[in-house]
Write a protein that binds this ligand. Structure first.
Ligand SMILES: NC(=O)c1ccc[n+]([C@@H]2O[C@H](COP(=O)([O-])OP(=O)(O)OC[C@H]3O[C@@H](n4cnc5c(N)ncnc54)[C@H](OP(=O)(O)O)[C@@H]3O)[C@@H](O)[C@H]2O)c1
Length: 300
């Protein structure tokens, strides 16, 4: 297949491109800068220059493909509604091009907030009131009625590995800054996790074979207790571990406080059965034990 990938220069995108290339697919990666273009080219992909808000450019990329993986996202926590609108406009533009072709459109979503108090499954619907982006997944799935093969991949809140700059890397930075590795409350709340390479492999399987309307969980570990994450970070930095009361989470962790307090275990049973996806890890705590999160410079 010839696959157009937005976000190809990103953390998950680069892993997905490597995986697609390894399986023999041609990849065209969206790049908005010289640095992103160089990163995409280094992965062995063609470069399609453009920005997410250039809908004509996105449409051209989609038209010249056998399928689209849409992973680019404007991660600005101060402009969440605007970022979600930009994302929806991109999905709609790509959807119009793929209409009636049966070609895949794979987009990214998350598992947080799906099923408070229990393990979320692929069948659980997210509450659109919870985040302005959630409606975009439903809009994507609705493209099945217009002859597209839409697939939503819900990623665990930590897609980890060497070179990670996401939530766990930020927790490490906060522990360094504060001189203590903290969890919220008793730390029994759980975060699902998946290694970057396993996430890339699932994206490839999604493009190749997931049926229209599939919701997949890029989750290798159902839920790692926050306390265990804080302890692993404490060991890695040789810092004490402490509990921060819920009402002080925002003061201690900043914007990450709300996320790190979430209990959002998620299952992968249906995803594995449907696609034969078998994550091989390493798991999050093992990955933290490798030490690369604690070096000042990490390599992908
Ligand atoms: N990582 C996780 O743990 C996680 C968990 C749940 C969901 N997700 C979702 O999975 C997707 C991929 O995440 P990620 O961790 O790979 O993100 P990332 O590393 O931050 O990469 C984001 C990608 O989007 C591109 N991008 C951002 N704004 C753009 C714009 N205006 N025009 C064109 N490209 C733009 C970036 O390009 P540049 O290289 O030019 O910056 C980069 O390639 C996102 O939708 C994310 O929300 C991730």
């Amino acid at each position: 297949m010839r696959v157009f990938v937005t976000g190809a220069s990103g953390w998950i995108g680069a892993a997905a491109v490597r995986e697609l290339r390894r399986a023999g697919h041609q990849v065209v990666g969206l790049a908005r800068s010289d640095a992103a273009a160089a990163a995409v080219a280094a992965l062995g992909a063609e470069v399609h220059r453009g920005d997410l808000d250039d809908l004509d450019g996105l449409s051209a990329g989609a038209a010249d493909s056998d399928g689209v993986v849409h992973l680019a996202y404007h991660h600005d926590f101060t402009q969440m509604a605007a970022a979600a609108r930009m994302d929806l406009a991109a999905i709609e533009a790509i959807g119009r091009v793929l209409e009636g072709t049966g070609r895949p459109l794979v987009i990214a979503s998350g598992v947080a907030g799906l099923a408070p108090g229990r393990v979320a499954t692929e069948r659980d619907d997210a509450d659109p009131a919870a985040h302005p982006r959630i409606a975009n997944a439903a809009a994507t799935l609705a493209l099945a009625d217009r002859g597209v093969r839409p697939v939503v991949v819900r990623f665990a809140p930590t897609v980890h590995g060497a070179g990670d700059h996401g939530f766990v890397a930020r927790l490490v930075d906060i522990a360094r800054e504060k001189g203590v590795s903290a969890h919220v409350g008793d730390g029994s709340n759980r975060w699902p996790a998946v290694h970057r390479h396993d996430a890339g492999a699932l994206v490839r399987l999604a493009v190749e074979q997931a049926p229209a309307g599939s919701v997949l969980h890029a989750v290798a570990e159902e839920g790692v207790p926050a306390r265990a994450i804080a302890e692993a970070i404490g060991r890695g930095l040789d810092l004490p571990v402490a509990a921060v009361p819920a009402e002080q989470a925002a003061a201690h962790f900043g914007w990450l406080g709300g996320f790190f307090a979430l209990d959002c275990p998620a299952s992968n049973v249906q995803t594995r059965a449907q696609l034969g996806w078998e994550p091989t890890g390493p798991g999050l705590l093992e990955d933290l034990g490798e030490g690369h999160y604690f070096r000042t410079s990490t390599a992908a």
